[in-house]
Design a protein around this ligand. Structure first.
Ligand SMILES: Nc1ncnc2c1ncn2[C@@H]1O[C@H](COP(=O)(O)OP(=O)(O)OP(=O)(O)O)[C@@H](O)[C@H]1O
Length: 692
C-alpha cells in the first residue's frame, strides 16, 4: 500500500499547474513520512536479506514510472528526508528539491547517453575496419582485428546500456517536465551533430588508412606473384636435374654393379686361392687322397700326412717303451726273495733295493702314460682337422666341377662367388645381391638331364611347394627365403638369407660334445622357430630337423632351414595328426618310430619335430645320437633300430643336469599319443629362461 501511495505521489509531483496540490501533497507526504518511517524502521528491523528484498521491490516499481536510476534515487531521498520533514512548508521545499535533483540526474544521464552514442559510433567504425580486414585476409589485418575485438566488446556492451538509459531518461523527461524535454532535444541534436562530424572524421581517417593498407597489400601480392613464378622456375629446373640424375643413375648403375662385382670377384678369387693353398699345406701335415690301382680298378684311398705319421710313430715308440718297462718290472718281481725260503744274501738282491727299483719302474710307467694321453689328445685333434680337411677338399672339388664356378651374375643381380657346399640335388653358392647390397645364399637346384620328364616335373613341383611354404616364413630363427627364378630348363635357383657361421653339423664335427649351456641355448632357439611354425594359421611340420639344417649367422643366432620335406598341417586334422603321404624321406637317426610304421599309413603331427629336437639335444650333450649312432641309414631300416627305440639311456659322462635328461625323455616318448607336441613342450622349464 505504501508503494502505491508513493507512486501516486511521484506522478503527481510533476504536475506544476495545480496550485492547491503542493500543500495537499505536502500534507500527504508528511503523513506518508510518518508511515514510511514506520515502514523504514520495520524494514531496518527485518533481517538483512528481507530488507534488501523490500528495497528492491520498491525500486523496481519506481523504475516502471521514472526509469531505474532516477526512481531509485528519488525513493532513497524521500525515505531519507521523511524523518526531518514534519510541516507543510518543508514538504513543498522537498518537492522542489526533489524535482531539481531529478532534472540534474536526467541531465547527467543525457551526457552519459551522448557518451554512449559516441561509443556506438566507435563500434560501427570498428565493424567497418573489421569487415575490410577480414576481406583482405592478411596476417597484419588479423592482428588488427584481434586488437579491435578486444577494444570493442566492452564498449558495445556499455553502449547498449547507455542507449537503454537514454530511452528511459527521455521517457521520464517527457512525462515529468516539458521544459527539460525541450532543452534535452536541443542538447541531443547538438550532440548528434557533433557526433556525426566526429564519426565522419573518424571514418575518413579510417578510409585513408585502409587505402594505404590496400596499397601495401597490392605490393605484397605483386611480390608473392613474383616469388611464385621464381619458385615455379626453380621447380622445373629441379625436375629437369632429377630426370638427368635418374638417367645418369641408369647409365652408372651397370658400371657400379660391374665395379662392385669385380671387387667381390677379386676377393673371392683370392679366397679360392688361399683355400687351395691351405688345403695343400694341411694335407702335407694331415694327409691326402691317393689313388690305388688294383688291376684295372682304380680307387681312392686316404694317406695320412707327416704330422699324423710322426704322431703315430711317437705313440708306437711309447707303447714299446711301456712294454719294455713292464717286462723289467715283471723280472724284478721274480728276483724278489721268498721270505719262507731263505735270506737276503741267498737271493742276491737286498729287499730294499728291489722295492726302490720297483718304485722307479712304476714312476716311469706313469710318465709314459701321461705322454701317451697327451699324444692321444693331439691325435684326436688331428682327426678333427683331418675331417675338416676332407670336407674342404670335397668342397673344392665340387667347386671345381661346378658349372657355376665362373662368377656368373644370375637374374641380373646375384653375383655368384664361392661354393658353400653341395647337397643331394643342389649346390649352394655364397652370392652378393647387387640391388639390395647384401650377401645371400644361392641354392641352385639341378635336375639330372638323364631323368625322365615325369621325374623332372615331380622334382620341380616339390621345389615349388618348398618355396611356397618357405617364402611365407618370417622369423628370427628361420632362414629367410627371398627369391626364386629359373636359370634354364634343368636348373632353377632359390635365394636364401646368408648364414655366415657354420651349420650345426660342422660344429659337432669340430666339437662333438658341447657344454650344456651352449646346447640348451641352441635347442631353445630351434624351439622358438618350431613354436612359430605351430602358431601360424597354416601350421607346418618341418620333418627334416637334423644338425645340417640348423645354420648359424655371424652372431651365433641359430636358424632352421631346408623346408624341402615340410608338411602343411590341414585344418581338419585330428589331434593325432595327418597322414604321412610321402614316406621314406628324411634322415633316419632323427625320425620318430611312427615314421617307420609300414603296416598302415602313419599319422604325423608336430610331435615328429619334438622327437627330432630331442635327438639333437642328446647329440649335442653326449657327442652321439641315442639310437643307431654307428649304423648306416640302410642298416637302421633293415634292423628296425628306431622301431625298437623304446627307452633312452644316458651315459654317465659327461655329466648332464637332470632337467636336461628329463626334457630329452619327454621329447623321446616312444608312444606318439603320449609325446607332447611343440606348443606343449614349449612350456617345459628347460625351455624357459628367467632371471634367478
Ligand atoms: N642359407 C645358407 N647360408 C649359408 N650356408 C648355407 C645356406 N644354406 C645352405 N648352406 C650350406 O650349403 C651347403 C649345402 O646345403 P644344402 O642344403 O644344399 O645341402 P644339405 O642340407 O647338406 O643336403 P640336402 O639338402 O641334400 O639334405 C651346406 O654346407 C650348408 O651349410
Amino acid at each position: 500500500m505504501s508503494e502505491d501511495v508513493l507512486l501516486h505521489l511521484a506522478s503527481n509531483s510533476s504536475n506544476q499547474s495545480d496550485q492547491s496540490l503542493p500543500s495537499k501533497i505536502a500534507k500527504l507526504e508528511a503523513r506518508m513520512a510518518g508511515k514510511t518511517s514506520t515502514a523504514v524502521v520495520s524494514t531496518l528491523q527485518l533481517p538483512a536479506a528481507q530488507a534488501a528484498a523490500t528495497r528492491s521491490s520498491i525500486s523496481s516499481t519506481s523504475v516502471a514510472k521514472f526509469g531505474a536510476n532516477a526512481a531509485g534515487e528519488i525513493c532513497a531521498e524521500s525515505l531519507d528526508s521523511s524523518d526531518s520533514e514534519e510541516d507543510d512548508s518543508n514538504g513543498r521545499e522537498f518537492l522542489i528539491q526533489a524535482n531539481f535533483q531529478k532534472r540534474r540526474k536526467l541531465a547527467d544521464d543525457a551526457d552519459s547517453a551522448a557518451a554512449g552514442q559516441i561509443k556506438v559510433a566507435a563500434d560501427v567504425r570498428q565493424k567497418v575496419v573489421e569487415s575490410v580486414e577480414v576481406k583482405s585476409g592478411t596476417d597484419v589485418n588479423k592482428r588488427k582485428q584481434s586488437r579491435g575485438k578486444g577494444n570493442s566488446t566492452p564498449a558495445r556492451g556499455r553502449g547498449s546500456n547507455d542507449q537503454t538509459r537514454i530511452q528511459n531518461s527521455t521517457q521520464s523527461l517527457t512525462s515529468s517536465n516539458g521544459l527539460l524535454e525541450n532543452s534535452h532535444h536541443k542538447e541531443s541534436s547538438r550532440l548528434k551533430e557533433q557526433l556525426g562530424q566526429n564519426e565522419r572524421a573518424l571514418l575518413e581517417e579510417e578510409l585513408s588508412s585502409l587505402r594505404a593498407k590496400i596499397t601495401t597489400l597490392e605490393e605484397d601480392l605483386k611480390k608473392a606473384r613474383q616469388e611464385s613464378s621464381e619458385n615455379q622456375h626453380l621447380y622445373q629446373q629441379l625436375e629437369k636435374e632429377l630426370k638427368e640424375l635418374k638417367n645418369t643413375e641408369q647409365q652408372v648403375k651397370p658400371k657400379r654393379m660391374k665395379v662392385i662385382s669385380d671387387l667381390l670377384i677379386s676377393v673371392s678369387k683370392a679366397e679360392r686361392q688361399e683355400a687351395r693353398m691351405k688345403v695343400r699345406h694341411d694335407s702335407l701335415r694331415l694327409g691326402n687322397v691317393g689313388v690305388i690301382r688294383a688291376g684295372t680298378v682304380i680307387s681312392e684311398t686316404w694317406e695320412d700326412g707327416q704330422a699324423i705319421k710322426d704322431l703315430n710313430a711317437h705313440l708306437r715308440r711309447l707303447l714299446e717303451l711301456r712294454e719294455a718297462v713292464e717286462r723289467q718290472r715283471k723280472s724284478l718281481k721274480k728276483k724278489q726273495p721268498d721270505k719262507s725260503e731263505g735270506t737276503e744274501a741267498e737271493s742276491g738282491a737286498p729287499e730294499e733295493d728291489i722295492i726302490i727299483q720297483d718304485e722307479i719302474y712304476k714312476s716311469r710307467l706313469a710318465s709314459i702314460k701321461r705322454e701317451e694321453e697327451s699324444y692321444v689328445r693331439e691325435r684326436d685333434r688331428y682327426e678333427l682337422e683331418k675331417g675338416r680337411l676332407i670336407r674342404e677338399m670335397k668342397r673344392i672339388r665340387d667347386e671345381d666341377g661346378s658349372r657355376f664356378n665362373n662368377y656368373q651374375i644370375l637374374n641380373h643381380r646375384y653375383a655368384l662367388l664361392n661354393l658353400l657346399g653341395k647337397g643331394g640335388f643342389s649346390e649352394v653358392y655364397k652370392a652378393f645381391d647387387l640391388l639390395e647390397y647384401r650377401y645371400v645364399a644361392c641354392k641352385l637346384h639341378g635336375l639330372n638331364a638323364n631323368w625322365s620328364e615325369d621325374k623332372k616335373q615331380s622334382y620341380i613341383r616339390h621345389a615349388i611347394r618348398e618355396y611356397n611354404i618357405h617364402k611365407t616364413l618370417v622369423h628370427h630363427h628361420i632362414v629367410r627365403l627371398w627369391d626364386i627364378f629359373e636359370i634354364d630348363q634343368n636348373t632353377f635357383c632359390t635365394i636364401l638369407e646368408y648364414c655366415s657361421g657354420k651349420d650345426l653339423d660342422a660344429v659337432l664335427k669340430a666339437t662333438p660334445i658341447l657344454p650344456e649351456k651352449e646346447a640348451r641355448i641352441i635347442i631353445f632357439q630351434i624351439f622358438q622357430g618350431l613354436i612359430y611354425l605351430n602358431k601360424r594359421n597354416q601350421r607346418i611340420i618341418h620333418y627334416d630337423l637334423k644338425p645340417g639344417n640348423v645354420l648359424f649367422d655371424e652372431f651365433g643366432v641359430a636358424k632352421v632351414t631346408d623346408f624341402g620335406l615340410s608338411k602343411i598341417v590341414e585344418d581338419d586334422v585330428g589331434s593325432q595328426g595327418m597322414e604321412l603321404t610321402s614316406q621314406g624321406a628324411g634322415t633316419y637317426w632323427y625320425l620318430p618310430p611312427e615314421c617307420f610304421e609300414l603296416s598302415k599309413t602313419p599319422l604325423i603331427s608336430s610331435k615328429v619335430d619334438v622327437w627330432s629336437a630331442g635327438i639333437l639335444l642328446y647329440q649335442m650333450l653326449f657327442g652321439k645320437r641315442p639310437f643307431g649312432h654307428d649304423q648306416t641309414q640302410e642298416r637302421i631300416l633293415r634292423e628296425d633300430t628306431i622301431i625298437k627305440a623304446r627307452k633312452v639311456d644316458f651315459p654317465s659322462r659327461p655329466s648332464v643336469s637332470n632337467e636336461a635328461k628329463e626334457f630329452i625323455r619327454r621329447c623321446l616318448t616312444y608312444n606318439q599319443e603320449e609325446r607332447p607336441d611343440v606348443l606343449t613342450i614349449a612350456q617345459d622349464p628347460y625351455l624357459i629362461y628367467s632371471k634367478k
